[in-house]
Design a protein around this ligand. Structure first.
Ligand code: BGC
Length: 740
C-alpha cells in the first residue's frame, strides 16, 4: 500500500484532541471536529475567523440548489442540470476585539491551544491564551448540536483576563456564506433584532426552500449591547471592560422548510425551544450513554485503532440515524462540499449493514428513500432509452445529479445495490411485509431496467456492453464482472420473490417477463478462468499493460490531481475493489481458494484511491487468514481521516467509508456474514490485540461478541438466535463460549 499517515491528533479512547495549533492543517481539523445531528452539520471552524486554511461550512440535510443549466444542447441521456447541497448559514458568526485588536489566532500571539471533540457528549471545545501588549486573555469556546432536539445548536464563549481588558463581541447569524468560494446563495434575507436576540429567514435561489434561524443570547454580566443588521447578517454587538470571567451563551434554533409550503410564515410559526445550555448538554450525555451502551466497539491493546473506530461510529451516528425518510447519507455527510452532498451506492452497499444491526427503523428509511424516489429512477431509465428504474449514481432528491456522463450513464451499482440492500434487509430483519409493500416493486423495476440495458452478444451470452463498474479507472468496458454478477443475482432474487410472494402483490409482472429475467440470469456471462480461479474484471482486463502501484511516489496522491486524466485509465491499476467487491457481498457463493486467488491477483493492483477500498480488502484478508495484512488495512480504514491518508480530509470526512470501518470489525475480524438466511459469526483476533468486542441487534435480541486470545464469548439477551458460529449450527441464548 503506497499511502502514508499524517499524524497530529493526540490518541485518546473517547475523544479527538489537537494539542497546539496546526495552522496549515486547520481545514483538516475543521472536518475532523465537525458536529452533526442529521438535520444539520457544522464544520469545526473557528467562529471568530482565523487567517488559516478554512471552509466555514454549515449544512442542512436536503437543502440544496439546482446547478446552473449548462447542458441544454447536450446529448440525450446526459443530465441537463445537477443539484448540490448548499452551505447555508453561519449560525455562530462571531467577531471579537481585545483592546480594539481583532482576535485572529492565525495572527495573534497565542499559547496553550487545544481543541477537543468528546464522543460521550458531542461537545466540541477549543481553548487558548492570547498574549496582548497588556497581559493575558484566556478563551474557551464550546459548542454542540443537540441530538434530542435536532433544531438546536448551542455555543458558549468564556473569557478570562489577568488585566482590565476592553472586549467587544459581535454575535450573530450570517447568511452571506460562500459556497465553493462563491458568494450569496440566498435570494433575500429577512431579519429582525431586539436586544441580544434576533432572527433571520433565507430562501434558496432556485429550489424554493426556506431556512429560519433564531438567536437567543445570555450574558454572565451586564454589558453594553446594540443590535447590528446589515444585509445578509444580523446580531448583537456586546462591549464590556472585563475584570473577571465573562461568559456568553448562545442558543440558535434553525427550522427548514424543504417544500416551500410554509415559506415566510416559518418565522412566525416556529417556536424555538427554551432548553438551557446545561440541560441540553445533559440530554446529549444521556443520549450518547445509551448509544454507546448499544453500539460501542471496544479494542483492548490498540489505542490508535480504538480511537479510530469510535471516531467512525460517532461521526456516522451524527450524520444519520433516521430522523426523516427524505434524508440520506452523503459521501461526505454534512461535513464539506466535495461530492456536493450527494448520496451514492455507498448507502446500500457500505452503510446499510451498520443500520441493519443497530437501528432497523433507520435501515428501512434508507430503503424507503429509494422507494419514494422510484418514479425519478423510472424517468432516468427512460432518458437512457431503457425500461424500468435506474437509480442515480449521485443524488440528493432522487434525480441524477452527476454531470460526469460516463458515471451517470454507465454505472449501475446503485440499482443493483438497492436490490442487494432489499435482500440484505429482509434476510437480517425477516420483514417480508417490506418486500410485498415496497421491495418487490423496486426489484421488478430494477430488473426491467437491467434486462433492457443488457444485451445478448453475438455469442448468445447476456451481459453489459459499454459500462463502468465500481473500479472507476476502467471507463467504458464490456462485461464488467461486478455489473454482470450483481445483475445476475438481482434477476434471480426478483424471480425468487415473485415465485414466493407473487400472489400477494399486484405489480403487473407477467410470467413471460419473469422467464425472461431467468434467461438473462442463466445466460449471464461471468468472465472466469477455471484454471487460475480468476474472475476477469472485464473482457480484456488481463491483457492491459501493468503498473506497479507500490512504486508510485506518495507525492503523486491524490492521483486525479497529479496524473493527466487519461493516464489513469490505460493500465491494470484499479481504483477500488471490483471483483473482490462482489466476492465479499455474495461471499457464500465462492470457495476459499477462489477468494484467495482473486485477492492475491487484484490486491497488488489496487491503489485505494477510493476511501471505500481498504476495509473491503481487510475483511477479505481476515477471511483468508492474512491477519497482518487485515490489521494494516483496518488501520488505514479506521484512521483514514484522522491521519489524512488520502490528503483530502480538508474537503470533508469520508463519511460512507467510516461506515465501512464498522464493517471491517464486524465482518472482518468478527467474521460475521449476513447475506445468507442464517447469521454467521466466525471471529479471529489480530496478534497485537488483547481483545475486542462489538454489539449487534438482531431479530429483537441484543448480541455482544467478545473476542479474546483463543476464545469468543457470545452473550445474547432478549431471546435466542439461530446462527452458525465457528462453523457450527447453534442456538445462542445467554452466555456461550467458543474456542477460536
Ligand atoms: C468512488 C465511488 C463512490 C464515490 C462516493 C468515488 O471515489 O469511486 O465508488 O461511490 O467516491 O464515495
Amino acid at each position: 500500500m503506497a499511502k502514508q499517515a499524517e499524524k497530529y491528533i493526540t490518541t485518546d479512547g473517547w475523544s479527538i484532541v489537537e494539542d497546539g495549533f496546526h495552522k496549515e492543517r486547520n481545514a483538516v481539523s475543521e472536518s475532523l471536529f465537525s458536529l452533526g445531528n442529521e438535520y444539520c452539520g457544522i464544520r469545526g471552524y473557528m467562529e471568530e475567523g482565523a487567517s488559516a486554511p478554512s471552509l466555514q461550512g454549515c449544512y442542512f440535510n436536503g437543502v440544496y440548489e439546482w446547478a446552473e443549466k449548462t447542458n441544454e444542447t447536450a446529448y440525450r441521456g446526459i443530465i441537463k442540470r445537477g443539484h448540490y447541497m448548499v452551505n447555508a448559514v453561519n449560525p455562530i458568526k462571531t467577531e471579537i476585539y481585545i483592546d480594539k485588536v481583532k482576535l485572529d489566532i492565525g495572527v495573534c500571539k497565542i499559547q496553550n491551544f487545544k481543541r477537543k471533540l468528546d464522543f460521550k457528549s458531542g461537545l466540541y471545545m477549543r481553548s487558548f491564551t492570547v498574549i496582548t501588549e497588556k497581559g493575558k486573555v484566556n478563551f474557551v469556546f464550546s459548542r454542540f448540536l443537540s441530538m434530542t432536539d435536532c433544531r438546536s445548536l448551542y455555543q458558549r464563549i468564556e473569557i478570562d483576563v489577568d488585566y482590565a481588558a476592553d472586549i467587544e463581541i459581535f454575535a450573530g447569524l450570517d447568511f452571506a456564506v460562500k459556497h465553493w468560494g462563491k458568494d450569496g446563495r440566498w435570494t433575500k434575507v429577512k431579519s429582525s433584532a431586539e436586544g441580544l436576540n434576533c432572527s433571520a429567514l433565507g430562501k434558496t435561489q432556485s429550489t424554493n426552500q426556506y431556512l429560519a434561524c433564531f438567536q437567543n443570547i445570555e450574558l454572565s454580566h451586564p454589558a453594553k449591547t446594540e443590535t447590528v443588521e446589515s444585509g445578509y447578517s444580523v446580531g448583537a454587538k456586546i462591549s464590556a471592560k472585563l475584570k473577571e470571567k465573562f461568559t456568553l451563551t448562545k442558543h440558535v434554533s434553525s427550522f427548514v422548510d424543504k417544500t416551500g409550503k410554509v415559506g415566510e410564515k416559518l418565522l412566525k410559526n416556529c417556536k424555538p425551544s427554551a432548553i438551557s445550555y446545561g440541560d441540553a448538554l445533559k440530554d446529549n450525555e444521556n443520549y450518547y450513554k445509551k448509544f454507546w451502551e448499544a453500539s460501542d466497539i471496544e479494542i483492548v491493546g490498540d489505542e490508535e485503532n480504538q480511537q479510530g473506530i469510535r471516531f467512525c461510529i460517532f461521526q456516522l451516528q451524527q450524520t444519520y440515524h433516521g430522523i426523516e425518510p427524505t434524508d440520506n447519507i452523503g459521501a461526505k455527510g454534512l461535513t464539506g462540499e466535495a461530492y456536493s452532498g450527494h448520496a451514492f451506492w455507498d448507502t446500500e452497499t457500505y452503510c446499510l449493514p451498520y443500520f441493519l444491526f443497530n437501528n432497523q427503523a433507520a435501515a428501512k428509511d434508507l430503503l424507503l428513500f429509494r422507494y419514494n424516489t422510484l418514479d425519478k429512477a423510472k424517468e432516468r431509465a427512460k432518458e437512457l432509452d431503457c425500461e424500468g428504474a435506474c437509480y442515480p449514481i449521485a443524488t440528493l432528491n432522487g434525480n441524477e445529479a452527476c454531470d460526469l456522463w460516463q458515471h451517470a450513464s454507465l454505472q449501475f451499482q446503485p440499482s443493483t445495490g438497492v436490490a442487494y440492500g432489499i435482500m440484505h434487509y429482509v434476510n437480517v430483519t425477516g420483514d417480508t411485509k417490506f418486500l410485498t409493500d415496497y421491495g418487490m416493486e423496486m426489484l421488478l423495476e430494477i430488473s426491467r431496467f437491467l434486462r433492457s440495458r443488457g444485451e445478448y452478444g453475438a455469442d448468445g451470452r447476456f451481459g453489459y456492453f459499454c459500462v463502468m463498474g465500481p473500479d472507476e479507472f476502467q471507463m467504458m468496458v464490456n462485461h464488467n464482472c461486478y455489473t454482470n454478477y450483481m445483475a445476475k443475482k438481482t434477476f434471480e432474487y426478483t424471480v425468487q420473490c415473485f415465485e414466493k410472494y407473487g400472489d400477494k402483490v399486484n405489480l403487473g409482472a407477467t410470467k413471460e417477463e419473469l422467464k425472461a429475467f431467468s434467461d438473462c440470469a442463466e445466460k449471464m456471462y461471468i468472465p472466469y478462468d477455471k484454471k487460475t480461479k480468476l474472475f476477469e474484471q472485464h473482457d480484456g482486463f488481463f491483457r492491459l499493460p501493468h503498473v506497479e502501484v507500490k512504486d508510485i511516489p506518495i507525492t503523486d496522491f491524490p492521483l486525479y490531481h497529479h496524473w493527466s486524466y487519461d493516464r489513469i485509465y490505460r493500465n491494470d491499476m484499479i481504483k477500488q475493489p471490483d471483483v473482490l467487491m462482489f466476492m465479499l457481498l455474495y461471499g457464500g457463493d465462492f470457495t476459499f481458494e477462489q477468494k484467495k486467488a482473486n485477492y492475491e491477483y487484484y490486491e497488488p493492483r489496487c491503489i485505494h484511491e477510493s476511501s471505500l477500498s481498504p476495509s473491503v480488502h481487510s475483511i477479505l484478508a481476515s477471511e483468508l487468514k492474512k491477519h497482518g495484512e487485515a490489521l494494516k488495512f483496518f488501520g488505514f480504514a479506521s484512521r483514514l481521516d484522522l491521519d489524512d491518508y488520502n490528503r483530502n480530509t480538508c474537503e470533508g470526512l469520508h463519511t460512507t467509508s467510516i461506515a465501512a470501518a464498522w464493517l471491517n470489525i464486524v465482518y472482518g475480524f468478527g467474521g460475521v456474514r449476513s447475506d445468507g438466511e442464517k447469521l454467521i459469526i466466525n471471529p479471529s483476533i489480530p496478534d497485537i490485540w488483547q481483545g475486542y468486542s462489538f454489539k449487534l441487534n438482531y431479530r429483537n435480541c441484543n448480541i455482544t461478541v467478545k473476542v479474546q486470545k483463543g476464545k469468543a464469548t457470545i452473550t445474547v439477551s432478549g431471546g435466542s438466535v439461530n446462527a452458525i458460529v465457528c462453523g457450527k449450527e447453534t442456538s445462542l441464548s445467554g452466555v456461550t463460549e467458543f474456542a477460536i
